[in-house]
Design a protein around this ligand. Structure first.
Ligand code: MG
Length: 351
């Protein structure tokens, strides 16, 4: 049995080496909530990384911390939790709040894997211990700078390149990259910046042989994405819209996408990510794993997920030195000094 004796919540603020710019704004630091779940002499870690402000999704780090402390963690502490499914059932009365549920769910999986002395990827049923990863570039100061970055990424062996795409950093940028790199596999991520009124632009993008267009339309939409997918040749990949297994099921039924970006943080944790993965495999929809600029702790969960068999496109998993001067994690545990330095709010709930 695995009685949860204590849950520790740490809201951290991790300054980025340089701001990460996307269609929803610019972040110069990433806020996450690190979750430590203890059972007897064993503990596991999870990370909820919704960003500091509700710009990627309706959730945000201070809110996630509060929801976990006031509602979610209290129904888990002192309980015997036999499965991820059981954990999710206990949290189901609380609507939405997928990032908050995800941080707790990931900590539970990590705890169980450690109790069994198994690496997390094996415990999840992974089969590919070597994972393909891609490079990901935000909006930069100039196209020339971007071309230098893409060149370096291709030289470093990244299997594909992802480019953030936003008004002002759009068709001209894609045309320049395709011209300079005619054979490189790349795709764009619109982070929900567009509407169906932009159909002519998406038709034009069909000419650049992109691997996919990630989340072109509203963050919670499926129906307009289905209309857009029927009107263009380039596959659509949904990210923000897939906040639950139910949304994945509906997206597939509506033919709203041909790819799904699987993020354990966004989908309510590994329990749901595994189910979405299996559902996509049955439906012939490929997945790959995305990130939220997590610390090494959250990136470890993403890496474990990326070993699953229906991960068919290089994932967004990077050495955290790309974003942080000094990562918060030392392997799969936080560095205690870094954790103390970066924590801005902390709570401990015990049985
Ligand atoms: Mg995305």
């Amino acid at each position: 049995m695995s009685r949860i004796d204590a849950i520790e919540l740490n809201r951290v603020c991790m300054p980025l080496i340089s701001p990460f710019r996307t269609a929803y704004g610019s972040d110069d630091a990433i806020e996450s909530v690190l979750v430590k779940m203890t059972s007897a002499d064993c503990c596991g870690w999870g990370e909820a990384s919704p960003l500091k402000a509700p710009t990627y999704s309706p959730e945000f780090a201070a809110g996630v911390f509060l929801v976990m402390r006031e509602f979610l963690a209290p129904v888990l502490v002192g309980q015997d939790i036999a499965s991820g499914e059981n954990l999710q059932k206990r949290l189901a009365a609380f609507k939405g709040n997928y990032f908050a549920k995800g941080g707790l769910d990931m900590a539970w999986w990590d705890l169980q894997a450690r109790r069994r002395g198994q690496p997390l990827w094996k415990f999840l049923g992974g089969c590919n211990p070597v994972v393909d990863v891609g490079a990901d570039f935000g909006v930069l100061d100039s196209i020339d700078t971007l071309l230098e970055h893409v060149h370096a990424a291709a030289k470093a062996g990244f299997k594909r390149v992802k480019l953030k795409y936003a008004p002002g950093w759009a068709l001209e940028m894609v045309a320049a990259v395709r011209k300079a790199f005619p054979n490189t596999v790349f795709h764009i991520d619109c982070n929900s910046a567009y509407t169906l009124d932009d159909l002519p632009m998406f038709r034009e993008l069909d000419g650049y042989e992109l691997a996919m267009i990630e989340q072109p339309l509203a963050h919670d939409d499926l129906i307009d994405h289905a209309k857009l997918q029927a009107a263009i040749r380039t596959p659509i990949c949904l990210d923000e819209s897939i906040s639950s297994l139910d949304k994945a099921r509906k997206a597939i039924a509506l033919k709203a996408c041909r790819w799904i970006n699987l993020k354990p943080a966004r989908a309510g944790g590994l329990t749901n990510a595994l189910k979405i993965h299996d559902l996509c495999a049955e439906a012939g929809i490929g997945c790959w794993v995305g990130g939220m600029l997590e610390s090494g702790l959250g990136a470890g969960h993403c890496l474990a997920l990326a070993t699953l068999p229906n991960i068919k496109y290089p994932s967004d998993i990077f050495p955290t030195s790309r974003f942080y001067q000094k990562d918060l994690a030392l392997g799969f545990d936080p560095d205690p000094q870094q954790l103390a330095r970066l924590t801005i709010e902390r709570a401990v709930l015990s049985a």
